[in-house]
Design a protein around this ligand. Structure first.
Ligand SMILES: Cc1cc2nc3c(=O)[nH]c(=O)nc-3n(C[C@H](O)[C@H](O)[C@H](O)COP(=O)(O)OP(=O)(O)OC[C@H]3O[C@@H](n4cnc5c(N)ncnc54)[C@H](O)[C@@H]3O)c2cc1C
Length: 348
């Protein structure tokens, strides 16, 4: 079942595809019994996929829009990004019966064991982890929820019907406020602030385009809502870090040379003493995969074939058995010997 023996990817079959809107589709994956435990998840978590496009392997995260508390299915929903490689590939080329290499679920954008109300702000595809949280909270808690859901127009509202049904089933607990850019304009602080002020003691969940999240964060700060009530999921596109820094940056002192296998090629990369292997790869212009950069998603994992690599922090991105097999999170990996070789996994 594992694509590379001992590697982080599992081949999962596409069981069903749902065309949600003109530019988003859901992909339901079949989880074989033998990996069922590995694919257990909490509402709000995501899956990491590897896809090969034009001969290059890309790694992308997609949040589970299904709920482990209300559905048996593992469903991700992918919205097209203009000129985006993976998102358009998923929408144009994936078919039922196809096998996709997928890592086990990860992520910390999850429910806290509290009974305070929840206020959720979602924009566009940012609804995927948010609907999962709402479905789970409706059946596992008595919490009241308000969702502010922004989209370009009515046609682009993902899960519109599902929300209508949830509101009918839970009228006293779930309120959904749709905002349409074409009718209401973009959300601004003066509109978001009263929503925050209404329920200052709530937990606030935010996922959407950066400008949308900035507005909500500003409204929360203006209302003095504190950090432990705020949960944010950022849909970063991994290679943008590389694209933003195409010029080689200065190499710091105390460098070691590391041999990096990525996408069928071996490169020699200089890594500074306090620099992570991932940072060094990006500085050298390599398209090394990554997503969270904080040690919890696993998208950047590579296997240490020789030498010593020490991780600053592992927030669950790899488990103990993977660590024992020599896997490290390169976003956290510091070089601690002179002869290091790491290999990013080939998923296909
Ligand atoms: C934890 C997490 C969960 C996520 N969940 C979801 C989800 O549920 N649903 C969802 O739809 N998305 C989700 N995402 C986002 C998703 O992972 C991808 O980032 C998204 O699909 C875009 O990937 P892409 O390959 O299509 O775009 P990319 O090809 O990476 O392009 C992204 C942008 O960069 C621009 N670009 C591309 N190449 C270049 C270049 N050479 N020079 C300059 N600009 C360029 C493109 O025009 C585009 O605007 C999530 C991300 C994270 C981190």
């Amino acid at each position: 079942m594992t694509v590379e023996p001992g590697g982080p990817y599992y081949d999962l079959e596409v069981e069903r595809i749902v065309e949600e809107t003109p530019d988003a589709r859901s992909i339901v994956l079949r989880i074989p019994d033998e990996v069922h435990d590995r694919f257990g998840y909490r509402a709000g978590q995501f899956l990491t996929f590897a896809v090969v496009i034009d001969g290059h392997q890309l790694v992308r995260c997609y949040s589970l829009a299904s709920s482990p508390d209300t559905e048996r299915e593992h469903k991700v929903t992918i919205k097209r990004v203009e000129d985006g490689r993976a998102s358009n590939w998923f929408n144009d080329h994936v078919v039922v019966g196809q096998q996709l290499p997928v890592m086990k679920p990860a992520g910390n954008f999850c429910l806290q064991p509290r009974e305070t109300p929840m206020v959720l702000f979602a924009g566009g595809s940012g609804i995927t982890p948010v609907i999962s949280l709402i479905k789970s909270a409706l059946v596992t808690t008595a919490r009241k929820m308000k969702l502010v859901y922004a989209n370009r127009d009515r046609e682009s509202i993902i899960f519109r019907k599902e929300f209508e049904e949830l509101v009918v089933a839970h009228p006293a607990r779930l309120e959904v406020v749709h905002r349409l850019d074409q009718v209401d304009g973009f959300l601004d602080v003066s509109t978001a602030r009263p929503v925050v002020a209404e329920t200052r003691e709530a937990d606030f969940y935010i996922c959407g385009p950066q400008a949308f999240m900035d507005v909500v964060e500003e409204a929360l700060a203006a209302e003095r809502v504190v950090g432990e009530q705020i949960f944010i999921e950022r849909f970063l596109s991994p290679e943008l870090e590389t694209l933003d820094h195409p010029e080689p940056r200065e190499v710091r002192e105390g460098t070691s040379m590391v041999s990096v296998y990525l996408d069928g090629q071996v490169s020699e990369v200089s890594v500074g003493e306090q620099e992570t292997i991932l940072e060094a790869c990006h500085r050298a212009g390599l398209d090394a995969p990554c997503a969270c950069l904080e040690g919890y998603c696993g998208a950047c994992m590579a296997r240490v074939k020789s030498g010593t690599v020490e991780m600053r922090h592992n927030d669950g991105g790899i488990d103990a058995s993977q660590e024992a097999e020599g896997w490290v999170l390169t976003c956290q990996g510091l070089v601690r010997s002179s002869d290091v070789r790491v290999e990013y996994p080939d998923a296909t």
